[in-house]
Design a binder for this molecule. Structure first.
Ligand SMILES: [Zn+2]
Length: 581
């Protein structure tokens, strides 16, 4: 007969496996938590090139243009609103497509620069540095026009802050204490964190009053209090700014809180419509133009970010001077708005844009229309080639990284197999088919089923509230952990030999870690950050999901082993007591 396995060796194996799990958990958890930030690019490749400005200063079609963004208003819920319907009746009733990922910051940038998230580097609402792309505000100011903004959500002006020309400001500051850390120890410029201002005790907030930045608007009014939007909207409308950007945030808030199909969302849309109607009541549409759109829609349960039709389809309403009443846009996207607004004002389109002038909805002379089209073509040829070049460079870099990362993952898997074979041979670990079949899949089935069913499928829109996707996944992971722990205990309940039981628990731990780590390793190898090329909507959920799965599975493994060691110690004591009797 073979010599029995020493208990302390089995316990030692448990401890080593639990420690490996803990390291994996921390690493994967950090990667999963950082994923949304890893999607961001501080500077887009386009921002490193000069704006392409072939557009002629055309005739000005509208004296003033009001560009209104109703945050989160989806197309089908934008009808039967008195003010919007009146604009539709007098002008153009059409729709536009938002851009994936369909979050707010990325699409404020789509609308105001004509650059979609894939090329702007602004991919999520975690983007917190000013966007260095040429914008409608930059073009209008360069043409000597006045630009204003009225909003109840302060992010929009902050997202387009510009560095003040250094001369006057630096002269003023000469000899004073450094009030703004422009560069780090290595002399690298530190990008401004616009969200840091929200924490009144932060360095950014303390330095803010005399920081070297200038608003993108000549007049920007932010009024977050009840009735504030109507108040500042009316004041700005009564002024004489040539380009007015308006943003209403309340409909999006209602969508997150109650869902896009709710009565509350509908009421929020009615109230926003009413507020706009009041603010813009005196606008003379014979001279001025109003454009109303949204940055994205909402799912019925609330949430956006993905590619669902109700999230991507948004209203596009144009009325007034320069608009061709009754016309319809041909496959309009949010990136087409910047060149369209520029055409109405007779100024060049923002020079990094990837959209086109929606000339089919404008009352343009054929000669002007052709000149705009030619200018669009020149700009697009240049901007598209910049984007294509950077994507090709990123793809070849990723390819190079992929090769050695895949070999690393394969090598790790082989090492794990060899390790397992050694442990099985020394009988400190047992791979029991029945036990493994009950306990190992339990975690993964419960976890992925919950992401698919409890949220809104494998879509970035899965979180109805404005939460962090990884945090929601971790909640599903905890539920899956509980199920897996119970399944393991049930599968092991009939083991009489304590050593056997712990050896089989080691088997569960090893198999669980392997199954969690291989997909995470593959995601890391096949789709490595930085994400110049944007992952698809499914991958945007699956990549952090597999990382969070490793974190949870590893904690789970550690817990399983801890429970088993406790059971083991308790039973050992029992045996000890009864043998002495
Ligand atoms: Zn939102």
């Amino acid at each position: 007969m073979r010599k029995p396995v020493a208990l302390r060796h089995v316990v030692a194996t448990s401890i080593i496996l639990a420690a490996l799990g803990a390291i994996g958990a921390v690493k994967a958890g950090l990667v999963g938590g950082d994923f949304m930030y890893a999607l961001e690019q501080v500077q887009s490749p386009l921002a490193k090139t000069s704006p392409v400005l072939p557009d002629p200063h055309g005739p000005r079609l509208a004296r003033r243009v009001f560009l209104v963004i109703i945050d989160g208003l989806r197309l089908d819920k934008s009808y039967e609103l008195p003010f919007l319907d009146e604009l539709r009746r007098r002008g153009v009733d059409t729709e536009a497509q938002s851009h994936y990922p369909s979050w707010s910051r990325p699409n404020y940038v789509s609308i105001l620069t004509g650059v979609p998230p894939v090329a702007s580097g602004v991919r999520t609402n975690h983007h917190s540095t000013p966007v260095e792309l040429d914008s409608l505000m930059d073009r209008a100011k360069a043409a000597g026009l006045e630009v204003a903004c009225a909003t109840d959500y302060d992010v929009l002006p902050k997202l387009f802050l510009r560095k003040r020309a250094p001369d006057a400001h630096d002269a003023y500051r000469a000899g004073q204490v450094a009030i703004e850390p422009d560069v780090d120890e290595d002399g690298e410029p530190i990008p401004l964190d616009i969200d840091a201002m929200d924490h009144p005790l932060s360095e950014a907030a303390i330095h803010a009053p005399d920081a070297n930045y200038i608003s993108p608007f000549d007049d920007a009014r932010y009024a977050p209090w009840p009735g504030g939007f109507t108040e500042v909207g009316t004041a700005i409308a009564q002024g004489d700014a040539d380009l007015v950007v308006m943003l209403v945030g309340s409909v999006d808030a209602a969508g997150h809180a109650h869902g896009g199909a709710s009565a509350e969302y509908r009421i929020a849309a009615e109230l926003a419509d009413h507020a706009l109607g009041r603010a813009l009541a005196r606008i003379d549409l014979n001279q001025d133009a109003i454009i109303v759109t949204a940055d994205h829609g909402h799912t019925n349960r609330g949430g956006h970010g993905g590619i669902e039709p109700e999230v991507l389809s948004v209203p596009l309403i144009l009325a007034g001077a320069g608009v061709k009443p009754g016309a319809s846009a041909d496959d309009a996207h949010l990136i087409d708005l910047a060149p369209t607004v520029a055409t109405l004002l007779g100024i060049p389109a923002p020079g990094h844009g990837l959209g086109r002038t929606l000339s089919e909805v404008l009352a343009l002379d054929p000669a002007v229309r052709d000149a705009r089209r030619a200018a669009d073509d020149t700009r697009l040829a240049s901007t598209r080639s910049v984007v294509a070049r950077s994507e090709a460079a990123a793809a070849s870099e990723a390819k190079a990284r992929r090769a050695w990362r895949i070999s690393l993952v394969a090598g790790g898997a082989v090492l794990a197999m060899i390790g397992a074979a050694l442990l099985v041979r020394r009988r400190v670990m047992r791979l029991d088919g029945r036990v493994l079949l009950v306990s190992v899949p339990a975690f993964f089935v419960v976890y992925y089923a919950m992401i698919g069913a409890a949220g809104q499928g494998f879509s970035p829109s899965l979180v109805p509230a404005q939460g962090h996707i990884a945090v929601v996944m971790a909640q599903y992971g905890i539920a899956a952990m509980v199920v897996q722990l119970l399944a393991s205990m049930w599968a092991l309940r009939r083991e009489v030999s304590l050593t056997e039981r712990l050896a089989k628990a080691n088997g569960i731990a090893w198999m669980g870690l392997l199954f969690a780590m291989i997909p995470a390793g593959l995601a890391w190898a096949l789709m490595p950050a930085p994400y110049i090329v944007l992952p698809s909507a499914h991958m945007l959920v699956l990549i952090p999901a597999v990382e969070v799965a490793v974190a949870c599975a590893a904690i789970d493994v550690a817990l399983t082993l801890v429970v088993e060691v406790i059971v083991f110690a308790a039973r050992a004591r029992q045996v000890d007591v009864s043998s002495k009797r």
